[in-house]
Write a new protein. Sequence first.
Length: 513
Amino acid sequence: MHIVFVSSACETLAIEYLATALKQAGHKCSLCFDPQLFNDTFLYYKRLHKFFDYTEDIITELKSCKPDLVAFSVVSDNYPWAIRLADRIKKALQVPIVFGGVHPSSVPDYVIRQPSVDYIVVGEGEGALVDLADNLGNPAICRTIPNIWAKNGTEVFKNEVRPLIEDLDALPFPDKGIFYDKLPFFAEGYITITSRGCVNKCTFCNNSLYKDIIYPGKGRFMRRRSPENVLAELRWAKATYNFSAVHFWDEILISDKKWLFEFLDGYKKDINLPFTACIHVNFIDEESVARLKEANCWQAIMGVQSLNEELKKNILNRRESNEKVRSAILLLRSAGIHAICENMLGLPTQTEDDLVNMLSFYNETRPNRLSLYFLRYFPRTKIIDIAMEHKMLTPRDVEEINEGLTARSFIQGGTITIKNFARIQTYLVVLLALPKWLNRVLIRARIYKVFPDLGMLAHSISRLLDRHKEYDVDAANFMARYRLFARKKLADRIRTLFPRPGLNKKTGHVKTV
Ligand code: B12
Ligand code: SF4
């Protein structure tokens, strides 16, 4: 069977793992990439997005490659995009369509109602997608495959979730070629993951849902590949692709010290390229920071989320103290590791004073970059119940979250002072650029009240101010995507407006008889 993945804007490890599994089972896989220009986390302009829209190019590409199955990897944010495109594909090709990933796994009963979605895979997809591809010609069998939800008219078939993959070393390496062959700029930085699951259970995160609702009794949730298995992948990749940096996309790379040190020793010896990882303050100490630095870690990202310890414990189910956060930032900074702290706005019970304290805290501790996002409620996460108890969400809001209608709204509820929260978001862009004494005066005067609400732009500006040419491959990929696809679309538009004689005015192609 020929399975075509349709992907939006970024390289996706899920697609790479699934492509490997399908190819090993004898199927053919390809990729259609929607660059989503001006419709991403950093830039959102409706008109420009429309001008640079690639929907029809994807349809043309799909028609020419004649897939037997079209597959989407879907998070809540790209769900509206996926549905729009799936509807369009269904009209043009009448091909079966499968959705997998976090959003359909969280609310399969909502997603399966969509007319263009024929199958859903809940949870890990390798086994289920191969079974589906093997049996596509026989819908009766497809309706019984574990992890699959299928439908026949209005009848929905819901199958049990199979046990979690216990031994991650048994998985073949992800198929990087599916992205790199078509979009070579992604090969600048190598992304990989050494684990699945997380040791924590924060209320706003999908892991709380996976652990408590989807996977209880289905095996160990937190799993890690052996150091040797990860190193073997990286050695192979380094020899095959000439990348300049590595990104670890684990929830927390450093949660198992013994594993970490063994891995870092091998990494330093065999790979030794600058790398980025997500960490957690609970696992940071002098020794781990020193070992990370030695192995060439240049950037560490940590979710701090809130500096109100009570709120953190009661609302977010996180127990780390502010003292721990302070010491983690200082340790990373003194080791010369670029420290990024992510924080959340609009949390239940959060007050303006909490955020003013946060400004003061960061003014003194000075991480290298700060991000401040409005809490987005993801379907069926625990924090939704908490927000309802605090009357911040109504049942109707929850319905909209499950339907995926809130994808672009960063603000849901919040306290009455929420408009000032957005101004604090703007202040954060300049906070680290100003001297400590000046910030102290400005914070005391609550100067942020006169700042504009820049919304997403604040986030984009702070990202732009913190660009590191040497190994900031995220930024390089972002630029490359815009350069490549904006140029291509502009050329297409110009060709259509000013066709050369002998060219088809509509398509810009040479007329044939
Ligand atoms: C790495 C990562 C990223 C990377 C790459 C994202 C990507 N598209 O791959 C980056 C940094 C770019 C990123 C961006 C974002 N991310 Co992110 N990210 C992750 C993280 C930490 C790991 C994902 C991963 O690669 N896992 C490894 C792969 C192998 O596992 P997997 O993705 O679960 O895939 C398996 C199954 O889900 C299934 N599956 C997945 N897709 C498909 C498709 C088909 C057809 C089938 C059959 C099966 C299937 O099979 C796979 C293999 O078993 C997850 C946390 C998590 N635990 O999932 C958050 C997570 C997915 N991200 C999240 C969010 C919110 C975002 C952003 C919206 C943030 C933002 N504001 O920009 C963007 C969205 C970008 C996008 N369009 O996808 C949320 C999503 C919540 C939700 N309900 O939607 C998560 C769950 C974290 C959380 N807060 O709980 N993210
Ligand atoms: S530590 Fe991070 S990944 Fe783990 S549960 Fe909390 S938010 Fe999710």
